[in-house]
Design a protein around this ligand. Structure first.
Ligand code: ATP
Length: 354
């Protein structure tokens, strides 16, 4: 399996380095034959090539089997004419990675004071309230006068149906329960269509229970009674916000793993940002990046019928679970280790004992 690795900005260099070490180790142990090819995007690329996405990068990603994208300083990239392309958008849109799968699970020993949860937010990734995703060229935010802005949201039946199908298929492998999160009381037409499309797809999955919750109420429900939820399907912006909340409820945003999947490609990318407030201090939690990489291995193994990839992914997950229980983690998860030391301790757990 060939994977392109782009470390990204902020804490990316630190967390992706740990994830790469873990991947190299499981590759040997499970004979995966991983071929990790390192390249750059984001600020490093802007400095070297004058653009956050250099020429030829998309072509090499398309030739590979998967992509690991570190966190990106999205907020810094404002002007595409100056080479400031948002790399997350570039790959999500360019590779049609429509399903952003963001699990949140409470780990024993995490020290979280919130109720335990085990759910997955399935977020539409290619349209919605994202100015850089909605239109073929230009953006969908307009400055009408110096004091008036109009921001457009795009919702299409096709995108609603395919994200719904991804959610229901995932639910079949879990507790068979999908919750549709929306704001159809205000966005009557767009979110009305989102609900309709989800319910139409639900008919193909008669064994899966389905209900819906308005997004603002969901913020309260998921804090108060997270055990009610299994798979949550929602539009782009709501999913982005809700998944940060569920990650933090599970212990830390530093545990927020995610995969962005389409029909042909997949990209592992932690759900959090570049965390400039803690970058370069060896305190960022690398588990979000490692668990994202593990999700990529599962995605590949399932598609290719290669169980060793799924086993390697499970070994990574299990090692992370054990490490947290043993407090071999960064301080956000109740441990005392640095990023590097957390990685080294994890490698020891993953190393073959025979
Ligand atoms: P960006 O502008 O790139 O989105 P941000 O700081 O605004 O960066 P996040 O990177 O998502 O947004 O960070 C939100 C908070 O969560 C910050 O306080 C950050 O330090 C913390 N955080 C994010 N990722 C991690 C991590 N891997 N380990 C520990 N804390 C993290």
């Amino acid at each position: 399996m060939k994977i392109i690795v782009l470390p990204g900005d902020g804490i990316g260099a630190e967390t992706v380095a740990v994830a790469v070490d873990a991947l190299e180790l499981v590759s040997q142990r499970y004979q995966l034959g991983l071929n990790l090819q390192h390249d750059i995007a984001g600020h490093a690329s802007l400095k070297k090539y004058g653009t956050t996405i250099h020429e030829g990068l998309m072509e090499s990603v398309k030739k590979a089997d998967g992509l690991i994208l570190g966190p990106m300083a999205t907020y810094d990239f404002k002007d595409e004419s100056k080479g400031e392309i948002n790399p997350s958008k570039f790959f999500r849109k360019g590779l049609d990675l429509f399903a952003n799968i963001r699990p949140a699970k409470t780990y024993a020993g995490s020290g979280t004071t919130y109720k335990p949860l085990d759910l997955v937010v399935v977020r539409e990734n290619t349209e919605g309230f994202y100015a850089d995703r909605n239109v073929e060229s230009g953006g969908s935010e307009m400055l009408i006068t110096p004091d008036v802005v109009v921001s457009l949201r795009r919702i299409t039946r096709q995108c609603c149906e395919r994200i719904a199908r991804a959610a229901f298929e995932l639910a079949l492998t879990r507790k068979k329960h999908v919750t549709i999160v929306h704001k159809a009381n205000v966005l009557r037409i767009g979110d009305g269509m989102f609900i309709d499309a989800c319910l139409a797809v639900a008919k193909e999955f008669p064994t899966v229970q389905v209900d819906d919750v308005i997004v603002d109420a969901m913020m309260a429900h998921v804090v108060r009674a997270p055990e009610r939820y299994d798979v949550i399907v929602t539009t782009n912006m709501f999913g982005d916000i809700l998944s940060d909340l569920t990650a933090e409820l599970a212990g830390s945003l530093g545990m927020a793993a995610s995969i962005n999947a389409g029909t042909t490609y997949a990209m592992a990318q932690a759900a959090h940002g570049s965390a400039p407030d803690i970058a370069g201090q060896n305190i960022a939690n690398p588990f979000s990046q490692i668990c994202s990489a593990a999700m990529l291995l599962t995605w590949y193994g399932q598609r290719k019928g290669r169980p060793e990839f799924v086993q390697a992914s499970q070994a990574l997950e299990q090692a992370v679970t054990q490490a947290i229980a043993a407090k071999e983690s960064t301080r956000d998860m109740g441990g005392k280790l640095g990023t590097k030391e957390t990685g080294q301790a994890l490698l020891k757990r993953l190393a073959p004992t025979d």
